[in-house]
Design a protein around this ligand. Structure first.
Ligand SMILES: Nc1ncnc2c1ncn2[C@@H]1O[C@H](COP(=O)(O)OP(=O)(O)OP(=O)(O)O)[C@@H](O)[C@H]1O
Length: 433
Protein backbone atom coordinates (compact mmCIF):
# COMPACT_ATOMS: atom_id res chain seq x y z
CA UNK A 1 0.00 0.00 0.00
CA UNK A 2 2.84 2.36 1.03
CA UNK A 3 4.72 2.34 -2.32
CA UNK A 4 1.44 2.77 -4.23
CA UNK A 5 0.52 5.82 -2.15
CA UNK A 6 4.03 7.25 -2.59
CA UNK A 7 3.87 6.74 -6.37
CA UNK A 8 0.41 8.30 -6.43
CA UNK A 9 1.66 11.27 -4.38
CA UNK A 10 4.64 11.76 -6.71
CA UNK A 11 2.37 11.55 -9.76
CA UNK A 12 0.04 14.21 -8.31
CA UNK A 13 3.02 16.42 -7.46
CA UNK A 14 4.45 16.07 -10.98
CA UNK A 15 1.01 16.87 -12.42
CA UNK A 16 0.72 20.00 -10.24
CA UNK A 17 4.22 21.15 -11.29
CA UNK A 18 3.55 20.59 -15.00
CA UNK A 19 0.10 22.21 -14.90
CA UNK A 20 1.49 25.10 -12.79
CA UNK A 21 4.21 25.67 -15.37
CA UNK A 22 1.73 25.59 -18.26
CA UNK A 23 -0.59 28.00 -16.46
CA UNK A 24 2.32 30.32 -15.70
CA UNK A 25 3.38 30.30 -19.34
CA UNK A 26 0.02 30.56 -21.09
CA UNK A 27 -2.22 32.11 -18.43
CA UNK A 28 0.14 34.31 -16.38
CA UNK A 29 -2.74 36.30 -14.87
CA UNK A 30 -4.42 33.15 -13.53
CA UNK A 31 -1.08 31.97 -12.19
CA UNK A 32 -0.61 35.29 -10.44
CA UNK A 33 -4.04 35.24 -8.76
CA UNK A 34 -3.81 31.56 -7.71
CA UNK A 35 -0.19 31.20 -6.64
CA UNK A 36 1.87 34.38 -7.04
CA UNK A 37 -0.41 36.78 -5.18
CA UNK A 38 -1.00 34.68 -2.01
CA UNK A 39 2.76 34.11 -1.69
CA UNK A 40 3.63 37.78 -2.32
CA UNK A 41 0.90 39.01 0.08
CA UNK A 42 2.28 36.69 2.76
CA UNK A 43 5.77 38.12 2.21
CA UNK A 44 4.52 41.72 2.36
CA UNK A 45 2.66 41.19 5.65
CA UNK A 46 5.33 39.13 7.36
CA UNK A 47 8.43 41.02 6.23
CA UNK A 48 6.99 44.53 6.57
CA UNK A 49 8.24 45.28 10.11
CA UNK A 50 11.73 43.99 9.42
CA UNK A 51 12.07 45.78 6.05
CA UNK A 52 10.76 48.99 7.65
CA UNK A 53 13.31 48.77 10.47
CA UNK A 54 16.25 47.98 8.18
CA UNK A 55 15.41 50.87 5.85
CA UNK A 56 14.76 53.55 8.47
CA UNK A 57 11.03 53.57 7.81
CA UNK A 58 10.15 52.79 11.44
CA UNK A 59 9.84 55.54 14.02
CA UNK A 60 11.12 55.01 17.54
CA UNK A 61 8.36 55.49 20.07
CA UNK A 62 8.86 55.87 23.79
CA UNK A 63 6.50 53.54 25.64
CA UNK A 64 4.12 55.38 27.98
CA UNK A 65 5.72 56.04 31.34
CA UNK A 66 3.98 54.17 34.10
CA UNK A 67 3.07 55.67 37.43
CA UNK A 68 3.49 53.48 40.45
CA UNK A 69 1.94 55.46 43.28
CA UNK A 70 3.98 58.69 43.20
CA UNK A 71 6.87 57.06 41.30
CA UNK A 72 7.38 57.47 37.52
CA UNK A 73 8.52 54.11 36.18
CA UNK A 74 11.18 54.69 33.46
CA UNK A 75 13.83 52.67 31.73
CA UNK A 76 11.84 50.82 29.01
CA UNK A 77 13.77 50.71 25.72
CA UNK A 78 12.63 52.75 22.71
CA UNK A 79 10.27 50.72 20.50
CA UNK A 80 10.57 51.02 16.70
CA UNK A 81 7.10 51.20 15.21
CA UNK A 82 6.69 50.52 11.49
CA UNK A 83 4.05 52.62 9.64
CA UNK A 84 0.67 50.88 9.39
CA UNK A 85 -0.11 49.18 6.08
CA UNK A 86 -3.30 47.94 4.49
CA UNK A 87 -3.67 44.30 3.49
CA UNK A 88 -2.11 43.88 0.00
CA UNK A 89 -4.75 44.16 -2.71
CA UNK A 90 -4.31 42.09 -5.87
CA UNK A 91 -4.65 43.40 -9.43
CA UNK A 92 -3.88 41.81 -12.82
CA UNK A 93 -0.29 42.98 -12.82
CA UNK A 94 0.68 42.71 -9.15
CA UNK A 95 -0.51 44.17 -5.90
CA UNK A 96 -0.92 47.48 -4.10
CA UNK A 97 -0.37 48.38 -0.46
CA UNK A 98 -1.42 51.60 1.28
CA UNK A 99 0.98 52.97 3.90
CA UNK A 100 -0.08 55.49 6.57
CA UNK A 101 2.93 57.71 7.25
CA UNK A 102 4.00 58.62 10.77
CA UNK A 103 3.97 62.35 11.51
CA UNK A 104 7.19 63.84 10.14
CA UNK A 105 7.81 61.10 7.55
CA UNK A 106 8.08 61.93 3.83
CA UNK A 107 7.89 59.65 0.74
CA UNK A 108 11.63 60.14 0.05
CA UNK A 109 12.83 57.38 2.42
CA UNK A 110 10.24 55.00 0.93
CA UNK A 111 11.43 55.82 -2.60
CA UNK A 112 14.95 54.87 -1.52
CA UNK A 113 13.64 51.62 -0.03
CA UNK A 114 11.84 50.56 -3.25
CA UNK A 115 14.67 48.15 -4.13
CA UNK A 116 14.50 46.56 -0.68
CA UNK A 117 10.74 45.93 -1.19
CA UNK A 118 11.48 44.33 -4.58
CA UNK A 119 13.84 41.81 -3.01
CA UNK A 120 11.82 41.15 0.15
CA UNK A 121 8.58 40.57 -1.79
CA UNK A 122 10.25 38.86 -4.80
CA UNK A 123 8.47 41.04 -7.36
CA UNK A 124 9.64 42.74 -10.57
CA UNK A 125 9.35 46.38 -9.47
CA UNK A 126 7.82 48.58 -6.79
CA UNK A 127 6.66 52.16 -7.46
CA UNK A 128 6.01 54.63 -4.65
CA UNK A 129 3.39 57.35 -5.11
CA UNK A 130 1.42 59.55 -2.75
CA UNK A 131 -2.31 59.67 -3.58
CA UNK A 132 -2.98 62.05 -0.66
CA UNK A 133 -1.11 63.75 2.17
CA UNK A 134 0.04 61.27 4.80
CA UNK A 135 -0.68 58.25 2.58
CA UNK A 136 1.61 56.31 0.28
CA UNK A 137 0.65 53.79 -2.35
CA UNK A 138 3.18 51.04 -3.03
CA UNK A 139 2.45 49.44 -6.41
CA UNK A 140 4.27 46.17 -6.98
CA UNK A 141 4.37 44.59 -10.46
CA UNK A 142 4.77 40.83 -10.31
CA UNK A 143 6.61 40.32 -13.59
CA UNK A 144 7.89 42.56 -16.34
CA UNK A 145 4.75 43.38 -18.36
CA UNK A 146 6.92 44.52 -21.25
CA UNK A 147 8.37 41.06 -21.86
CA UNK A 148 5.24 40.04 -23.74
CA UNK A 149 3.33 43.28 -24.22
CA UNK A 150 -0.22 43.06 -25.51
CA UNK A 151 -1.78 45.50 -27.95
CA UNK A 152 -3.06 48.68 -26.38
CA UNK A 153 -5.71 50.87 -27.92
CA UNK A 154 -6.22 54.61 -27.90
CA UNK A 155 -8.71 56.98 -29.56
CA UNK A 156 -7.58 58.20 -32.98
CA UNK A 157 -6.87 61.94 -32.78
CA UNK A 158 -5.11 64.39 -35.06
CA UNK A 159 -1.35 64.49 -34.36
CA UNK A 160 -1.64 61.64 -31.90
CA UNK A 161 0.17 58.32 -32.41
CA UNK A 162 -0.30 55.07 -30.54
CA UNK A 163 3.30 53.96 -30.05
CA UNK A 164 3.01 50.92 -27.80
CA UNK A 165 2.22 49.85 -24.26
CA UNK A 166 3.16 51.36 -20.92
CA UNK A 167 4.40 49.24 -18.04
CA UNK A 168 1.01 49.74 -16.41
CA UNK A 169 -0.66 48.02 -19.40
CA UNK A 170 -2.06 51.35 -20.67
CA UNK A 171 -1.55 52.83 -24.12
CA UNK A 172 1.71 54.64 -24.86
CA UNK A 173 0.64 57.63 -26.91
CA UNK A 174 2.68 60.46 -28.41
CA UNK A 175 0.18 63.29 -28.70
CA UNK A 176 1.84 66.26 -30.40
CA UNK A 177 -1.12 68.52 -29.64
CA UNK A 178 -0.46 67.98 -25.92
CA UNK A 179 3.36 67.70 -25.99
CA UNK A 180 4.47 69.42 -29.22
CA UNK A 181 8.18 68.47 -29.44
CA UNK A 182 10.01 65.22 -28.61
CA UNK A 183 13.55 63.96 -28.04
CA UNK A 184 14.17 60.25 -28.69
CA UNK A 185 17.52 58.70 -27.80
CA UNK A 186 18.92 55.19 -27.89
CA UNK A 187 22.12 53.31 -28.67
CA UNK A 188 22.39 51.44 -31.93
CA UNK A 189 19.90 48.49 -32.13
CA UNK A 190 17.90 49.83 -29.19
CA UNK A 191 14.70 50.45 -31.18
CA UNK A 192 14.80 54.10 -32.33
CA UNK A 193 14.15 53.44 -36.01
CA UNK A 194 11.35 51.02 -35.16
CA UNK A 195 9.75 53.72 -33.04
CA UNK A 196 10.10 56.33 -35.81
CA UNK A 197 8.60 53.82 -38.26
CA UNK A 198 5.69 53.35 -35.87
CA UNK A 199 5.22 57.11 -35.56
CA UNK A 200 5.25 57.60 -39.34
CA UNK A 201 2.83 54.68 -39.81
CA UNK A 202 0.44 56.26 -37.33
CA UNK A 203 0.67 59.79 -38.75
CA UNK A 204 0.60 58.67 -42.41
CA UNK A 205 -3.20 58.41 -42.51
CA UNK A 206 -3.69 61.87 -40.99
CA UNK A 207 -3.80 65.26 -42.73
CA UNK A 208 -0.29 66.07 -41.55
CA UNK A 209 2.84 66.96 -43.53
CA UNK A 210 5.87 64.87 -42.60
CA UNK A 211 9.29 66.35 -43.25
CA UNK A 212 12.34 64.10 -42.88
CA UNK A 213 15.89 65.18 -42.07
CA UNK A 214 18.19 62.20 -42.28
CA UNK A 215 21.80 63.19 -42.79
CA UNK A 216 22.91 59.56 -42.97
CA UNK A 217 22.16 59.91 -46.67
CA UNK A 218 18.44 59.25 -46.14
CA UNK A 219 19.05 55.56 -45.38
CA UNK A 220 16.38 55.40 -42.66
CA UNK A 221 13.75 58.00 -43.53
CA UNK A 222 14.23 57.55 -47.30
CA UNK A 223 12.18 54.34 -46.93
CA UNK A 224 9.11 56.47 -46.26
CA UNK A 225 9.85 59.05 -48.97
CA UNK A 226 6.45 58.40 -50.63
CA UNK A 227 4.62 59.90 -47.66
CA UNK A 228 7.20 62.62 -46.85
CA UNK A 229 6.45 66.13 -48.03
CA UNK A 230 10.22 66.76 -48.12
CA UNK A 231 13.38 64.87 -47.26
CA UNK A 232 16.79 66.39 -46.54
CA UNK A 233 19.63 63.90 -46.81
CA UNK A 234 22.62 66.09 -45.98
CA UNK A 235 23.27 69.05 -43.75
CA UNK A 236 23.19 71.57 -46.58
CA UNK A 237 19.68 70.38 -47.47
CA UNK A 238 18.73 70.37 -43.79
CA UNK A 239 19.65 74.07 -43.54
CA UNK A 240 17.55 74.79 -46.65
CA UNK A 241 14.53 72.85 -45.33
CA UNK A 242 14.72 74.36 -41.84
CA UNK A 243 15.16 77.89 -43.25
CA UNK A 244 12.08 77.39 -45.44
CA UNK A 245 10.13 76.13 -42.43
CA UNK A 246 11.13 79.19 -40.41
CA UNK A 247 9.90 81.45 -43.24
CA UNK A 248 6.67 79.41 -43.35
CA UNK A 249 6.42 79.82 -39.57
CA UNK A 250 6.55 83.59 -39.98
CA UNK A 251 3.76 83.43 -42.58
CA UNK A 252 1.67 81.38 -40.17
CA UNK A 253 2.36 83.97 -37.47
CA UNK A 254 1.08 86.79 -39.69
CA UNK A 255 -2.00 84.73 -40.64
CA UNK A 256 -2.78 84.23 -36.95
CA UNK A 257 -2.12 87.90 -36.15
CA UNK A 258 -4.43 89.17 -38.87
CA UNK A 259 -7.20 86.76 -37.80
CA UNK A 260 -6.74 87.67 -34.13
CA UNK A 261 -5.87 84.03 -33.31
CA UNK A 262 -3.27 82.85 -30.82
CA UNK A 263 -2.62 79.58 -32.62
CA UNK A 264 -3.45 77.95 -35.93
CA UNK A 265 -6.07 75.88 -34.10
CA UNK A 266 -8.10 79.05 -33.49
CA UNK A 267 -8.14 79.83 -37.23
CA UNK A 268 -11.21 78.89 -39.29
CA UNK A 269 -10.80 75.50 -41.01
CA UNK A 270 -10.43 77.11 -44.45
CA UNK A 271 -7.49 79.27 -43.35
CA UNK A 272 -5.72 76.73 -41.18
CA UNK A 273 -2.38 75.59 -42.63
CA UNK A 274 -1.51 71.91 -42.51
CA UNK A 275 0.40 70.84 -39.39
CA UNK A 276 4.00 69.83 -40.09
CA UNK A 277 5.99 67.22 -38.16
CA UNK A 278 9.75 67.50 -38.71
CA UNK A 279 11.47 64.18 -38.00
CA UNK A 280 15.22 64.39 -37.50
CA UNK A 281 17.14 61.11 -37.53
CA UNK A 282 20.56 61.44 -35.89
CA UNK A 283 20.76 64.87 -34.38
CA UNK A 284 24.56 64.64 -34.00
CA UNK A 285 24.92 64.82 -37.79
CA UNK A 286 23.43 68.32 -37.67
CA UNK A 287 25.45 69.63 -34.73
CA UNK A 288 28.92 68.13 -35.17
CA UNK A 289 31.30 70.27 -37.12
CA UNK A 290 33.85 68.67 -39.48
CA UNK A 291 36.34 71.42 -38.70
CA UNK A 292 35.79 73.37 -41.92
CA UNK A 293 34.43 76.89 -41.79
CA UNK A 294 31.48 75.85 -43.95
CA UNK A 295 30.68 72.89 -41.64
CA UNK A 296 30.80 75.13 -38.59
CA UNK A 297 28.47 77.66 -40.17
CA UNK A 298 25.99 74.94 -41.20
CA UNK A 299 26.03 73.42 -37.70
CA UNK A 300 25.35 76.82 -36.15
CA UNK A 301 22.55 77.49 -38.64
CA UNK A 302 20.91 74.12 -37.91
CA UNK A 303 21.14 74.79 -34.19
CA UNK A 304 19.58 78.26 -34.47
CA UNK A 305 16.82 77.17 -36.86
CA UNK A 306 15.81 74.12 -34.82
CA UNK A 307 15.76 76.24 -31.69
CA UNK A 308 13.50 78.82 -33.33
CA UNK A 309 11.06 76.14 -34.47
CA UNK A 310 11.18 74.61 -30.98
CA UNK A 311 10.48 77.96 -29.34
CA UNK A 312 7.73 79.25 -31.61
CA UNK A 313 6.45 76.28 -33.62
CA UNK A 314 4.02 74.61 -31.18
CA UNK A 315 1.17 77.12 -31.58
CA UNK A 316 1.84 77.40 -35.31
CA UNK A 317 1.51 73.69 -36.02
CA UNK A 318 5.24 72.98 -36.47
CA UNK A 319 6.44 70.04 -34.42
CA UNK A 320 9.87 68.53 -33.87
CA UNK A 321 10.67 64.87 -33.26
CA UNK A 322 14.45 64.66 -32.83
CA UNK A 323 16.21 61.29 -32.56
CA UNK A 324 19.81 60.42 -31.90
CA UNK A 325 22.19 57.85 -30.44
CA UNK A 326 23.48 60.25 -27.88
CA UNK A 327 22.98 63.83 -26.83
CA UNK A 328 25.57 65.68 -24.81
CA UNK A 329 26.95 69.14 -24.30
CA UNK A 330 29.91 68.21 -26.56
CA UNK A 331 27.51 68.69 -29.49
CA UNK A 332 27.58 72.39 -28.57
CA UNK A 333 25.59 74.69 -26.31
CA UNK A 334 22.72 74.73 -28.83
CA UNK A 335 21.79 71.14 -28.03
CA UNK A 336 21.13 71.91 -24.35
CA UNK A 337 18.97 74.88 -25.35
CA UNK A 338 17.08 72.69 -27.83
CA UNK A 339 16.57 69.99 -25.19
CA UNK A 340 14.74 72.53 -23.03
CA UNK A 341 12.20 72.95 -25.86
CA UNK A 342 11.71 69.21 -26.42
CA UNK A 343 9.25 68.51 -23.61
CA UNK A 344 8.55 64.89 -24.55
CA UNK A 345 11.44 62.51 -23.88
CA UNK A 346 12.00 58.88 -24.82
CA UNK A 347 15.15 57.14 -23.66
CA UNK A 348 15.94 53.64 -24.94
CA UNK A 349 19.03 51.71 -23.84
CA UNK A 350 21.98 54.09 -24.04
CA UNK A 351 25.72 53.47 -24.07
CA UNK A 352 26.78 56.31 -21.81
CA UNK A 353 25.16 57.42 -18.54
CA UNK A 354 25.53 61.05 -19.71
CA UNK A 355 22.92 60.58 -22.46
CA UNK A 356 20.30 59.15 -20.06
CA UNK A 357 21.09 62.00 -17.66
CA UNK A 358 20.82 64.56 -20.48
CA UNK A 359 17.52 63.08 -21.70
CA UNK A 360 15.73 62.57 -18.40
CA UNK A 361 17.91 64.08 -15.66
CA UNK A 362 16.33 67.52 -15.78
CA UNK A 363 12.89 65.89 -15.30
CA UNK A 364 13.35 62.98 -12.91
CA UNK A 365 16.43 61.32 -11.38
CA UNK A 366 14.63 57.99 -10.76
CA UNK A 367 13.75 57.79 -14.45
CA UNK A 368 17.48 58.10 -15.29
CA UNK A 369 18.31 55.08 -13.11
CA UNK A 370 15.53 53.02 -14.72
CA UNK A 371 16.66 54.00 -18.24
CA UNK A 372 20.23 53.00 -17.42
CA UNK A 373 19.05 49.55 -16.34
CA UNK A 374 17.51 48.72 -19.78
CA UNK A 375 19.47 45.78 -21.17
CA UNK A 376 20.54 45.02 -24.75
CA UNK A 377 17.92 42.23 -24.92
CA UNK A 378 15.09 44.67 -24.16
CA UNK A 379 14.81 46.09 -27.68
CA UNK A 380 12.07 48.64 -28.07
CA UNK A 381 11.89 49.19 -24.30
CA UNK A 382 12.26 52.81 -23.24
CA UNK A 383 11.53 55.25 -20.46
CA UNK A 384 9.06 57.83 -21.72
CA UNK A 385 7.60 60.94 -20.18
CA UNK A 386 3.86 61.43 -19.89
CA UNK A 387 1.74 64.55 -20.40
CA UNK A 388 1.26 64.97 -16.63
CA UNK A 389 4.99 65.28 -15.95
CA UNK A 390 5.23 61.63 -14.86
CA UNK A 391 7.27 58.90 -16.55
CA UNK A 392 6.99 55.20 -17.25
CA UNK A 393 8.80 52.24 -18.77
CA UNK A 394 7.18 51.34 -22.06
CA UNK A 395 7.68 49.24 -25.19
CA UNK A 396 6.90 50.22 -28.74
CA UNK A 397 4.82 47.92 -30.94
CA UNK A 398 7.19 46.17 -33.28
CA UNK A 399 6.39 47.69 -36.68
CA UNK A 400 8.26 45.74 -39.37
CA UNK A 401 9.97 47.97 -41.94
CA UNK A 402 7.93 46.42 -44.80
CA UNK A 403 4.68 47.29 -43.02
CA UNK A 404 5.81 50.89 -42.45
CA UNK A 405 6.97 51.23 -46.06
CA UNK A 406 3.72 49.84 -47.47
CA UNK A 407 1.67 52.14 -45.20
CA UNK A 408 3.72 55.11 -46.43
CA UNK A 409 3.03 54.02 -50.02
CA UNK A 410 -0.67 53.51 -49.33
CA UNK A 411 -1.08 57.12 -48.20
CA UNK A 412 1.36 58.61 -50.72
CA UNK A 413 -1.47 60.31 -52.64
CA UNK A 414 -2.55 62.21 -49.50
CA UNK A 415 0.90 63.71 -48.90
CA UNK A 416 0.44 67.47 -48.42
CA UNK A 417 2.57 69.64 -50.68
CA UNK A 418 4.95 72.18 -49.21
CA UNK A 419 6.04 74.16 -52.30
CA UNK A 420 8.28 76.54 -50.33
CA UNK A 421 10.36 73.63 -49.11
CA UNK A 422 10.43 71.99 -52.52
CA UNK A 423 11.78 75.25 -53.93
CA UNK A 424 14.39 75.44 -51.17
CA UNK A 425 15.54 71.90 -51.99
CA UNK A 426 15.84 72.54 -55.72
CA UNK A 427 19.53 72.55 -56.67
CA UNK A 428 20.38 75.91 -58.22
CA UNK A 429 21.50 75.57 -61.81
CA UNK A 430 25.24 75.17 -62.12
CA UNK A 431 25.44 73.94 -58.50
CA UNK A 432 24.72 70.31 -59.25
CA UNK A 433 28.25 69.02 -59.14
N1 LIG B 1 9.43 47.26 -29.88
C1 LIG B 1 10.19 46.25 -30.26
N2 LIG B 1 9.87 45.00 -29.93
C2 LIG B 1 10.65 43.96 -30.31
N3 LIG B 1 11.79 44.10 -31.03
C3 LIG B 1 12.15 45.32 -31.38
C4 LIG B 1 11.39 46.47 -31.02
N4 LIG B 1 12.01 47.58 -31.50
C5 LIG B 1 13.10 47.13 -32.15
N5 LIG B 1 13.18 45.78 -32.09
C6 LIG B 1 14.22 44.94 -32.69
O1 LIG B 1 15.48 45.55 -32.52
C7 LIG B 1 16.17 45.66 -33.74
C8 LIG B 1 16.86 47.01 -33.81
O2 LIG B 1 15.88 48.01 -33.83
P1 LIG B 1 16.11 49.39 -34.59
O3 LIG B 1 16.65 49.17 -35.95
O4 LIG B 1 14.84 50.15 -34.45
O5 LIG B 1 17.25 50.03 -33.66
P2 LIG B 1 17.96 51.43 -33.81
O6 LIG B 1 18.08 51.96 -32.44
O7 LIG B 1 17.27 52.29 -34.79
O8 LIG B 1 19.37 51.02 -34.36
P3 LIG B 1 20.33 51.87 -35.35
O9 LIG B 1 20.73 53.12 -34.60
O10 LIG B 1 21.48 50.93 -35.55
O11 LIG B 1 19.54 52.15 -36.59
C9 LIG B 1 15.12 45.51 -34.84
O12 LIG B 1 15.61 44.71 -35.87
C10 LIG B 1 13.95 44.84 -34.18
O13 LIG B 1 13.89 43.47 -34.53
Amino acid sequence: MGPILLALGLAVLAWVVVVGDLVRRYRPVWHWYLIGYPAAAYRVVFTWRKVAMLNDLAVSKRPPRGLLGDLVVKGDPLRPVAPRISFPRANRMGLTVLVRLHAGQTPVTFLKAADAFVHAWKVHAVRVTSPERGLLLLTATAMDPLLRPGLASAPAELLSALIGVLESGGAWVMNLRVVPHWLIVGATRSGKSTLLARLITQLAAQPVALVGIDCKGGMELGLFADRLSALATCRREAVAVLSALVVDMQDRMSACRSAGARSIWELPDKLRPVPVVVIVDEIAELYLSDGTREGKTEAEQCSTLLLRIGQLGAALGLHLVVAGQRVGSDLGPGVTALRAQLGGRICHRVNDPGTAEMTLGDLNKDAVAVAQSITAEERGVAVCTGPDGGWSRARSHLTPTEEAVSTARKYAATTPELPAIDRALEVPEGDDK
